[in-house]
Design a protein around this ligand. Sequence first.
Ligand SMILES: Nc1ncnc2c1ncn2[C@@H]1O[C@H](COP(=O)(O)OP(=O)(O)OP(=O)(O)O)[C@@H](O)[C@H]1O
Ligand SMILES: [Mg+2]
Length: 222
Amino acid sequence: MSLVKLSNINKIYELDAGLTFQALKNLNLSIEKGEFVAIVGPSGSGKSTLMNLLGLLDKPTTGSYELDGHNVAQLRENTLAELRNKKIGFIFQNFNLLKRTSALNNVALPLIYSGVPRQLRIERAKKALEEVGLADKLNSLPNQLSGGQQQRVAIARALVTNPEVLLADEPTGNLDSKNGEEVIKLFQELHKQGRTIILITHDRNIAKSAKRVIHVKDGEIL
Ligand SMILES: Nc1ncnc2c1ncn2[C@@H]1O[C@H](COP(=O)(O)OP(=O)(O)OP(=O)(O)O)[C@@H](O)[C@H]1O
Ligand SMILES: [Mg+2]
């Protein structure tokens, strides 16, 4: 059983005046547990649309999505949100960290939503920060960290709930090449430890660091 299985997915956005735009066209994609996959394609090709579907942030117009054996294509928003918290760890281009909050508390935050008691939240956040090599930065605020370190905090935050899938949209887009490489190395280590990683990028060089590269163009997989 694949961890992720998209079958005949179509995504049609409704524009003004009854116009529509089809951003994904009859897309089929399976990803196995433990894979490190890059999804690459030019601007406007549908990468973020696909990420939003994979991450349960949006629903396809038609088609089926099986995540870990559950059919999730047309679930209600509150059920989706619950699954999203449990199964998906998001990493974004701009880190999305809380500014006046320490690295430790940023990482511990998602555990509040899953009802983990405070002491355990702190322990697990510490462990996640150790995993990304930031054991010495627990109390640093985001603006006291380099871009690469901030992204590693964001990766720790994605890991802390122990999700089935790490979904990263242009995670190196705001980083210089050295920090970008470090983040990619971290993904490769996490992959070796058995994590499932889906990396979305327009950068073919970054994409090469994954084990499998999927090319998207005009809403289709090539
Ligand atoms: N909410 C929306 N309403 C209408 N059209 C949309 C919407 N979101 C995206 N689109 C269109 O769908 C297409 C795919 O957009 P998407 O954001 O998925 O591209 P992308 O591959 O992530 O691009 P980039 O590399 O620039 O981030 C684009 O033509 C875009 O204009
Ligand atoms: Mg995008």
